[in-house]
Design a protein around this ligand. Structure first.
Ligand SMILES: [Zn+2]
Length: 428
């Protein structure tokens, strides 16, 4: 299969300005990139007239929870039978692809095998979805974020409660045996989880060390939910690879993050926070007002921290805990505008976070996230210029097509799914 995309403004993901160009696709990869007036040996290629359109790399969701299926509460995920839950997760994968995301790095699954099964189904071409790195459920301490149990009532949620290094190690090994790419550790708590607040590092050094060691021994990675400053430092001390949130990182934690910036990735997962702030502003109950009063200062801290992290060149990915009823799957591109509005990113900088840095967090920076010869042909052909306004990427109708591995998909009208425009089977 040879395809010549001719005449689009090509934005390659490096931060260089876009130029009118030609991109030649051969099977699943980019064979050539050239300015429009240069010759490209495109004999026999099908030509696509893309004049007036904007061509960019496919976006990468850096904090995906495909098995969070738009329920209002975490414990509602625990109530879902695994069979139904797998199908709903598959559906979320289609939604994410139709929203312009050709890759996703999972930040936790709600059950051990959900990400694994859906990742494999996508790779085998059984269903449409982004390239997916599968995560474990959130390994959390008793009373931590994701422990939905009550003393009188067993209630599953999205976490698995483990206490002490032996339990963490055993559960991490079990998840690794079942095929996850990443172990998720909830080192800090969360606002609203009273026994484990966001400002507390509730998972101990020994527990974190055991989880990371298990992941690394198996050649996989570890990620952390880490809002508290001490939890960021603990994650860094034990070699966690992806450190999410980092809201309360103090000067020392920021220095340590900066020193490790070639090794670690971070991501604020701001989408859920902003959607919650928006919904709380319309909530006049005493409980709603109390929650807003607590969430607002945390949000302001998050903004300060991420402006500082951006200035220090720490790698930050987009992706914001999409998958709850207030911020449903498929609305993930809202994050782009949040980064511009609240963290001081320019449109080009946030689009680089969504593409080049995304390719790196997928551990495929050598072949994913840029429009470059030899790279995988994961592309978006967009009607409009996102460098002028990133919000237009929230509108699926703006995608003439979404290409993953040389296969073109068109967002369906009326449903957040895609249909294939050509039949080549995408390789993983
Ligand atoms: Zn998350």
């Amino acid at each position: 299969m040879r395809l010549l995309i001719d005449g689009a403004m090509v934005w390659d993901g490096t931060g260089a300005p876009p130029f009118p160009g030609k991109v030649l696709i051969e099977d699943e990869r980019i064979a050539a990139v050239a300015p429009r007036d240069e010759n490209v040996a495109s004999n026999g290629a099908e030509r696509i007239d893309a004049a007036g359109k904007f061509l960019m790399p496919g976006m990468v969701e850096g904090h995906a929870h495909l098995s969070f299926v738009d329920t209002p509460r975490g414990t509602a995920l625990g109530e879902l039978p695994p069979e139904d839950h797998a199908l709903l997760t598959m559906d979320a994968a289609r939604k994410l692809l139709s929203a312009g995301f050709t890759s996703a790095c999972s930040a936790a699954a709600a059950k051990i095998r959900l990400d694994v099964a859906v990742r494999d189904a996508i790779d085998r071409g059984m269903t449409e979805g982004p390239r997916l790195l599968a995560a474990s459920p959130e390994l959390t301490v008793t009373g931590g974020l994701g422990d939905g149990r009550k003393l009188h009532l067993h209630q599953d949620s999205f976490g698995v409660a483990v206490d002490g290094p032996d339990e963490v190690r055993r559960m991490a090994r079990l998840c690794l045996r079942e095929g996850v790419d990443m172990i998720k550790l909830n080192i800090s708590g969360e606002l609203g989880t009273d026994s484990a607040p966001a400002v507390a590092a509730v998972m101990t050094d020994a527990e974190v060390a055991a989880g990371v060691e298990a992941a690394h021994t198996a050649g996989r990675r570890a990620a952390a939910h880490a809002r508290a400053s001490d939890s960021v430092k603990r994650a860094l001390r034990h070699g966690v690879d992806v450190i999410y949130h980092c809201d309360y990182a103090d000067a020392e934690a920021l220095d340590l993050l900066e020193a490790a910036k070639d090794r670690v990735f971070t991501g604020p997962a701001i989408g859920l926070t902003i959607s919650r702030l928006e919904s709380l502003r319309g909530d006049n109950t005493a409980e709603g007002r109390r929650y807003l009063e607590r969430l607002m200062p945390q949000f302001e801290t998050t903004c300060r921290t991420h402006n500082e992290m951006r200035k220090r060149g720490i790698r930050i990915v987009i992706g914001g805990d999409y998958g709850f009823s207030i911020n449903p799957q498929g609305t993930n591109a809202r994050d782009l505008h949040h980064f511009v509005t609240h963290f001081g990113f320019s449109p080009s900088e946030v689009l680089q976070a969504a593409t080049r840095t995304g390719g790196e967090i997928m551990q495929r920076g050598h072949e994913l996230g840029l429009i470059k010869q030899g790279y995988l042909a994961d592309l978006l052909l967009v009607d409009g210029d996102p460098l002028k306004d990133v919000r237009l990427l929230q509108d699926r109708k703006r995608f003439t097509w979404i290409m993953k591995g040389g296969v073109r998909y068109q967002p369906c009208e009326g449903a957040p799914h895609v249909r294939r425009l050509n039949d080549q089977v995408a390789a993983a």
